[in-house]
Each structure stands twice: as C-alpha cells, then as structure tokens.
Design a protein around this ligand. Structure first.
Ligand SMILES: *Cc1c(COP(=O)(O)O)cnc(C)c1O
Length: 444
C-alpha cells in the first residue's frame, strides 16, 4: 500500500506552484533502461534522460556495480593533500578522451559550478598575466546554469532578466536560432551574419573581454536551437583573431550527444576551457569537470608567496562515489564505442524525426546526433507562435504523461534526448506517443 504523498514541504525547481497543486509530482519508485516506474507500477518512457543526464539507461547495472564496490571502500575524502583512487583514475580516463590540449581537470559537483570555475579561472588567468580583462561575452539566449555567475552569462529572459537587473550581466550576441534567424537568413546559404554581433562586440570592447562562453552546436535550454558548424567555427575564429579565451560549455552536448565525442569537434577546434557534467556519471551522481589547457594551468604554477593558486573548491570536490560512477560511465563510452557506435541509432532517430516535417502545427524540425526537437506553432506558413497563455507545450507534456511518456517540453518546443542504450523500437514508441499527445492537444 502506498500512502498519499505529502508535498507540503517541497519546493520544486522550474515549477509554478499552481502546476504543483493541479498536477502533483509523480513519485517514481524505480527505473530500468529507458523506463521509469511509479508507485502504482505505471511505466514512463524517459525521452529526455531526466534532464539530459541519463545516457546509459536508468539503474545501469555496470554503473550500479561500480558504485556498490566503491561504497564498501570509501565514500569521500577531502581533495587537498589527499586524493581518492577513483578520481585519479577518472582524470586519466578523461585525459585519454579529451583533446590533448585540455590536460588539466578541476572537479566540482554540477554544471553551474563547472561554469563558475571556468569564469573564475579565466578572470584570474588574465590577472596573473597582468591584464585587466574582466568581461565575458555569451550568445543570445545562452544558458550556462543557475548560480549567479553562470546567470550573468545567461540570457533567457524568463530565467535571467530579474537577476541581470539586480546582480550583473555581461555581453550577448544575437541568438543562433536558424528557424527564426535574427538576420532573416536561410540556414543553408547564410554566412553566419548573426555573429557579426560578436565581431562588433570584440571590435568595441575586445581589450576588456576575458573570455567568450558558448554552448557548442545546440543552444539547449533556449529550445534545442541547433546551429550549423560554420557558426561554431566563426566563434572560434573570432576569438582567435581577438586573442580571447574560449569557454566551451559541453555540459549538455559533450560525451557523444551530437554524434562526435565533444561537440566542438564539428568545428574542428579545441577550446581553452571546457565544461563537462550531465553525462559524466551516466546520470547517477552529481559531478562536473572543468578541463583547461596546460597553458592556462601554467599561469597557476608558483610558490606559496605568489597569487598563483586557485582558491576554489567544494566540500564534495572529487567525491569518490561520484568519481567511481564516472569511471564506469567512461568505461561504457568505450564499450558502446561512443560516438561511432551510436550511428545506427542516430540515423534511425533522425530519419523518424524528419517524418514530422510538414505536419499540422509543426513549424520546425531540428536535430543533430541524439538530440531532436519539434517546434509547434500556430501557423507553420508564417511561424506565428501560439499565445503563451495557451501553454501548448505544457499541455502536450501532460498528455504525454497519460500515455506513459516523459517529455516535458521547453515552451512549445518538444524535444528528445534519448539514452544511448535506447532500442530502435523504443525510439519509435517515443515518437509515436509524442504524435498522439500532440494530436490530442491540437486536434481538440
Ligand atoms: C544543464 C546545463 C548547465 C547547468 O548544469 P547544472 O548541473 O544544472 O547546474 C550549464 N550549461 C549547460 C549547457 C547546461 O545544459
């Protein structure tokens, strides 16, 4: 027997109180593969990897086993003067996967702090070189996390505006949104005019800019805005021309999601700093990493009387349990031959996604690797949006739950981030249930 859950002490992230009352959270009891099961035994296909973290299925047995083994030995030890075995192993495993230039890894516990660390390293790096560079540039509609520093380089109005007004914000380019191009261009023929705005910022303020931070290939939280590799390349090229550090936020798109191990590979470039999190532990435990070039780390080498120390750390930096799950997750990356091994799944997924083009109320279909999105609009001919008050995406998400599907759209953008272990028929089930959910809302 299950008792009626009491939610009266819970504060849920990204959730309106009214929604929490009208559609109380579903209590999940267990997970297996792509599925979650609630206390009544109802099954939900998790199409978004529980906010993009789950890549090898829920309760993956290999990661579970690694966690069990580690928990018998050591749960945690501070990471100054000491280091645990899993984190040492993880660093060596990451070094083998990462571009060779990114040779040093700093650990923290979530994506936002991986970004905070990157921003602090960039600021202090310039200071150590006697430069006053202290400003950042980010993309329009960027998302880099919810802590204050990460929000100062984020520009999604619903999340960031009140904090930009009250705390601080940096500089933003046009957004990279091909479906609604800010410059009125077509994706296939454009010359990345949207990033003229980046060039202009560098021309105007270049000497003050410490670094440029960006989500590679896909602006995720903005609504899975997939953008072409030539745009990413232009970001790298402009940063190089103006001598500005690159911070590549691979938190969502790293570890194979876009069909390459790291999304920056689409532009054949390597950043100065890379942030990793979500898939790092396969979705088991919170852990993140900020990888930097030896050149940047070099500025932090000095004797105890110098300022050459990064005074940053968290209670749980390099946690042994999290590191053990990350090692297991990295082992699975090898065993599944990520990224090449994902190709059959990617091909099937992208082909099925293409079937959505031209359907009623489908404005845009966009995808890369194992990311896909469908933007629902009131009028596909003009791209006219639904009224926000209609909450179309929200209602599609609720319909999906009735059909045993977890999608949780971003606004009116329905998107998918299936695990790498999904089967072709699970992909079909996911897209079929989505179609039924969309039809149920829009044909009503
Ligand atoms: C999720 C995300 C973050 C923040 O990570 P958290 O673990 O939620 O703090 C930062 N950047 C990108 C691109 C993300 O997708």
């Amino acid at each position: 027997m299950t008792s009626t859950p009491d939610f009266s002490h819970l504060w849920m992230p990204f959730t309106h109180f009214q929604d929490m009352v009208e559609n109380p959270p579903i209590v999940i009891e267990r997970g297996e593969g792509i599925y979650l099961f609630d206390r009544e035994g109802r099954r939900y296909l998790d199409a978004i990897g529980s906010w993009w973290v789950n890549v090898f299925g829920h309760c993956n047995p290999a990661i579970s086993a690694a966690l069990h083994q580690q928990i018998e030995k050591l749960e945690h030890v501070l990471m100054a003067g000491f280091v645990n075995e899993p984190v040492l192993e993880l660093s060596n495993r990451l070094a083998r996967i990462l571009p060779p230039k990114l040779s040093r890894v700093f650990y923290s516990d979530n994506g936002s702090t991986a970004v905070e660390v990157a921003l602090k390293i960039a600021l202090q790096y310039h200071r150590l070189r006697g430069s006053a560079r202290s400003e950042f540039v980010a993309l329009g509609r960027a998302y880099h996390g919810d802590t204050l520093g990460a929000m100062s380089v984020g520009s999604i109005p619903e999340y960031h505006t009140i904090f930009h007004e009250r705390f601080r914000h940096h500089h933003f380019t046009d957004t990279l949104y091909c479906y609604r191009c800010p410059c009125g261009c077509q994706k296939e023929t454009c010359s990345v005019e949207c990033l003229d705005s980046l060039e202009k910022l560098f021309l105007n303020r270049g000497e003050n800019i410490a670094a440029c931070i960006f989500e590679p290939m896909v602006q995720g939280a903005a609504g899975m805005q997939v953008y072409p590799a030539k745009a990413l390349k232009r970001i790298f090229d402009l940063c190089e021309r103006f001598g500005i550090l690159t911070i590549d936020d691979e938190i969502a798109m790293g570890f194979g999601r876009t069909g390459t191990m790291f999304a920056c590979e689409h532009a054949k470039n390597v950043p100065d700093i890379m942030c990793l999190a979500k898939a790092l532990t396969g979705g088991f435990l919170p852990m993140s990493a900020t990888a930097v070039s030896e050149e940047i780390f070099g500025e932090f080498k000095g004797d105890y009387a110098s300022e050459r120390i990064l005074n940053h750390g968290h209670s749980f930096t390099g946690n042994a349990l999290a590191a053990a799950t990350a090692c297991a997750s990295m082992q699975l990356m090898l065993e599944h031959n990520v990224p090449e091994g994902l190709n059959p799944l990617i091909q099937h997924f992208q082909m099925q996604l293409e079937q959505w083009r031209g359907r009623p109320y489908v404005g845009d279909v966009r995808g890369i690797g194992l990311v896909g999105a469908i933007e629902l609009v009131a009028d596909p001919a003009t791209g006219e949006r639904f009224a926000a008050s209609d909450r179309i995406g929200h209602r599609v998400g609720l319909e999906a739950l009735h059909r045993g599907l977890l999608i949780r759209p971003l606004g009116d953008c329905v998107y998918f981030m299936p695990p790498y272990t999904a089967t072709l028929s699970e992909i079909d089930e996911m897209l079929d249930a989505t179609r039924e959910s969309v039809d149920a809302v829009l044909n009503a």
